[in-house]
Write a protein that binds this ligand. Structure first.
Ligand SMILES: Cc1cc2nc3c(=O)[nH]c(=O)nc-3n(C[C@H](O)[C@H](O)[C@H](O)COP(=O)(O)OP(=O)(O)OC[C@H]3O[C@@H](n4cnc5c(N)ncnc54)[C@H](O)[C@@H]3O)c2cc1C
Length: 398
């Protein structure tokens, strides 16, 4: 049986590892558009930007592993079509690859802002405008300060996880940082206003100039080789570089073109199988019918990519078990570490119960809807996570 995995990211890498661990002896091919073997992305916005790790340390397996595991890894190779009726993947070089089982692990790509894209046109701005998804992006951002920050100013657009982690790394490397975020608090949509305020306070204490409730309206060439960034609140700031972190969107083009059902991701059932009996999807691109949460969930988190990749591998080998793991996420910013488990939908939550040392920032929070804990987090309280995980899905007990 030939298993083809499209997308050599974390989900794809863990899937091929699990195929062999589970005893699959047939052919395995892993197709990746990037010129690298699978690697972890979380260090890119943390230790790599902080200069504590190089990008090579994020690699999942070395070349010898693929040879020994007999995984045919094809990097810098894009899959451009899938013929579901014939069971064939079409590659960018015109070749065709027959499969018995196919896993789509094509991940996400950064949302691009028109105003910043105009700034990326060659010669239109004297400063770099970057997103952060790949090792090349991380190297480009790190180069902004690797020769010394010299009082230069970075504009970060977006107060989500990526924007905040980039802002923290830039401050720790001596850059001046202005962060513009359209919401009233950073992370407000995910964590709510209470925890959003906490993250805002942490960044202000570290000297980040937060511009909340505002958007980037225009980027033009400014004085002294800088760019002038005009914000929707009427203010403007002169900056030496821009990093845009305004979210990601699932890479569904291949699935859509093949005729697979999609809607904010490739739709999969509880076992991660798509609308086609021979095709599965995992990781950032999968919009999963979660049997415990009883709703469709697509999360772009490291844990889900890894565990769904492994789960899909077992499913392709015939394991009928549903994927029941709760979404889990973590972040590190300055000396603040956070872990979050569970899921709050767009409808929000009724109440948040915060316990611990809030001024000292060692705390837990439980998000409650109709008396049930739907999500929980810990900040710098590293032993709390297992207990918190147990509370999710259960009635709130104080
Ligand atoms: C900078 C950064 C920091 C992060 N930090 C955290 C964190 O602290 N905590 C956390 O929980 N999560 C974090 N994440 C999210 C986490 O890294 C992702 O959820 C995870 O990488 C998703 O893995 P994936 O394999 O599903 O998709 P991806 O990592 O996007 O990999 C998909 C791969 O498929 C390839 N591909 C796409 N289409 C094709 C095609 N047609 N043919 C061939 N190849 C194709 C892509 O080029 C890509 O290499 C971070 C993400 C980034 C970018």
């Amino acid at each position: 049986m030939h298993v083809v995995v499209v997308g050599a990211g974390l989900a794809g890498g863990r899937a091929v590892e699990e195929l062999r661990a589970a005893g699959h002896t047939g052919e395995v091919t892993l197709i990746g558009a990037e010129p690298h073997s699978p690697y972890e992305r979380p260090p890119l916005s943390k230790d790599v930007l902080l200069g504590r790790a190089d990008v090579a340390s994020a690699t999942l397996f070395d070349d010898a592993w693929y040879a020994e595991a007999q995984v045919d890894l094809r990097v810098a190779t894009e899959a451009v079509g899938v013929d579901l009726a014939r069971g064939v993947v079409e590659l960018v070089d015109g070749s065709r690859l027959a499969y018995d089982r196919l896993l789509l692990a094509t991940g996400c790509e950064p949302v691009r802002l028109a105003v910043a894209e105009a700034g990326r046109a060659p010669g239109s701005l004297p400063v770099p405008v970057t997103h952060l998804r790949t090792v090349e992006d991380a190297e480009a951002i790190r180069s902004l300060w690797s020769g010394g920050a010299d009082g230069r100013r970075l504009l970060v657009v977006g107060g989500g996880w990526i924007g905040l982690e980039v802002a923290a790394a830039a401050r720790e490397n001596g850059m001046e940082v202005t962060l513009v975020h359209r919401g009233a608090q950073p992370l407000g949509r995910v964590l709510g206003p209470e925890m959003g305020q906490l993250f805002a306070a942490v960044h202000r204490e570290h000297g980040v100039d937060l511009r909340l409730g505002a958007t980037l309206e225009e980027l033009t060439a400014g004085p002294a080789g800088r760019a002038a960034a005009r914000l929707s609140d009427g203010s403007s700031v002169h900056v030496d570089a821009v990093v845009v972190g305004v979210g990601v969107r699932p890479r569904t083009r291949l699935a859509e073109a093949a005729g697979l059902p999609t809607d904010d991701g490739v739709l999969v059932d509880a076992t991660l199988r798509t609308g086609d009996p021979h095709v599965w999807a995992a990781g950032d691109v999968a919009c999963h019918e979660h049997p415990v949460l009883r709703r469709r969930v697509r999360v772009d988190h490291w844990d889900a990519a890894q565990e769904q990749g492994r789960h899909a591998a077992r499913a392709m080998l015939g394991d009928p078990a549903p994927y029941t793991r709760l979404p889990y996420f973590y972040t590190d910013q300055y000396d603040l570490g956070m872990e979050y488990v569970g899921f709050v939908g767009r409808e929000g939550y009724d109440d948040v119960v915060v316990e611990g040392d809030v001024p000292g920032r060692v705390l837990t929070a439980r998000y409650v809807t109709e008396g049930t804990v739907v999500a929980a987090l810990q900040i710098n309280d590293w032993d709390a996570m297992d207990g918190l995980r147990e509370t999710v899905g259960r009635p709130l007990r104080r």
